[in-house]
Ligand binder design. Structure first.
Ligand code: NI
Length: 403
């Protein structure tokens, strides 16, 4: 068994926990019904309806259809005060589920394989709890149910649609259920938590010909192979070794036959880094390497380089607040991993560019129950006990921030 021990709490805090425990059955029901009907980015219509229906049922003020399928809900405390945003992403992935569970996906080729069904359930549970306990905080909590985190990105269009205004959000928090951590453990840090995501597609134009007569050609495979190797020097030779970064070429397509030199080769890949100051560094170095190698061989190229998401950078004070809540809730040593970081990316970063905030990981793996497959795996699933932990984290962050 994964022994996640909850720490003893003062009486008021234990009351919160008891009430949230009573919500657990419903959290699981909501999560499972969302899990059965996964939807891809900007098509989360059933999901948005589900959210809106619950909010209506509980009398919570909300607005739908923001950036296509986004939903924003407002819960007010006992008097005006700070405004805290809580973000939950809603979308699923184009993956065929391989889990044999009664709540498995009913949508062919689509699956909640990242836990966003759980994020929606946790945010709903938090909204419900706070709407039942407006006396427990001051100010306003704004719930931002965001489409299309897995791509092409729903955070930016939601910000452009004005979700951080009226009332203006002072700070944002959000969590990701995380199978890289055991159930109940919280991973959080001040500064960069997740990486910037940049993508590139490059076509190398050579001159094709006979495989036995290379002197009549410009071989784009030889040029491309040199580029693949040379791109690794961006991190190993150009980047300050104190910094971190990744350049991965994930695709290299060229050629049709053993004895034919191709006309073109196509390379695609991704770049990751934490430091926002590196925003143009990788693009510049990558293009210089591609251009230089192509030029030296008489090849030409087309490069399409896209900056998808900036790094997720947490505010020091809000990260401290989240960590202090986590430390109160879950006993060490399982407890808190303050320096947790991953090269994965997230468009929560766009919110955190606008307002201070903190994104954190909530451990959801339970290997003893077979619930430890990585995110985006066709057998991904998580320990639903984490849903209640998530609500408790959010509720107690609200009670600490909204005073
Ligand atoms: Ni995710």
């Amino acid at each position: 068994m994964v022994s996640t021990t909850l720490s003893p709490l003062p009486i008021a805090a234990s009351r919160i926990r008891l009430e949230i425990r009573n919500l657990q059955i419903r959290l699981v029901q909501w999560r499972r019904s969302l899990h059965q009907r996964p939807e891809l980015g900007f098509r989360e219509h059933l999901t948005a309806n589900f959210i809106a229906q619950k909010l209506t049922e509980w009398g919570i003020e909300h607005q739908t259809g923001i950036a296509k399928t986004g939903v924003v809900a407002i819960v007010r405390g006992r008097r005006p005060g700070p405004v805290l945003g809580i973000r939950a992403d809603m979308d699923a992935l184009p993956i065929q589920e391989e889990n044999e569970v009664e709540y498995r996906s009913q949508h062919d080729g689509q699956m909640h394989a990242c836990g966003h069904d759980g994020h929606v359930a946790i945010a709903l549970g938090t909204a419900y709890y706070l709407s039942q306990h407006p006396d427990s905080f001051v100010g306003t909590v704004k719930f931002i149910f965001q489409p299309a985190e897995e791509g092409p990105g729903g955070a930016k269009p939601m910000i452009e649609a004005g979700v951080l205004q009226d009332p203006a959000v002072d700070a944002m928090i959000g969590l990701h259920l995380w199978n890289n951590l055991p159930l109940g453990m919280v991973g959080v840090r001040a500064g960069a938590l997740m990486a910037a995501v940049e993508l590139f597609d490059c076509v190398i134009h050579g001159v094709g010909g006979h495989g036995a007569m290379p002197h009549q050609t410009v071989d784009p495979i030889v040029v491309g192979a040199q580029i693949v190797n040379a791109l690794q020097t961006i991190v190993s030779r150009n980047l300050d070794p104190i910094q971190s970064g990744v350049v991965t070429v994930g695709r290299f397509h060229a050629g049709t036959a053993r004895n034919v030199i191709a006309d073109t080769a196509e390379l695609s890949g991704t770049v990751r880094y934490f430091n926002p100051d590196l925003v143009n560094f990788f693009h510049r170095r990558l293009e210089a390497i591609v251009a230089g190698i192509c030029q030296s061989h008489g090849a030409t190229y087309q490069l399409d380089y896209r900056k998808l998401y900036p790094p997720v950078v947490n505010d020091g004070a809000i990260a401290h607040l989240v960590r202090s809540v986590a430390e109160e809730i879950v006993e060490t040593p399982i407890g808190v991993v303050p320096e947790c970081q991953t090269m994965g990316g997230e468009d929560m970063s766009f919110f955190l560019q606008e307002v201070p905030g903190c994104y954190f990981f909530l451990g959801s793996a339970n290997p003893d129950r077979g619930l430890a497959y990585p995110h985006h795996h066709p057998r991904f699933d998580f320990d639903e006990t984490a849903l209640g932990f998530g609500v408790e984290m959010f509720v107690r962050c609200v009670e600490k921030f909204c005073v």
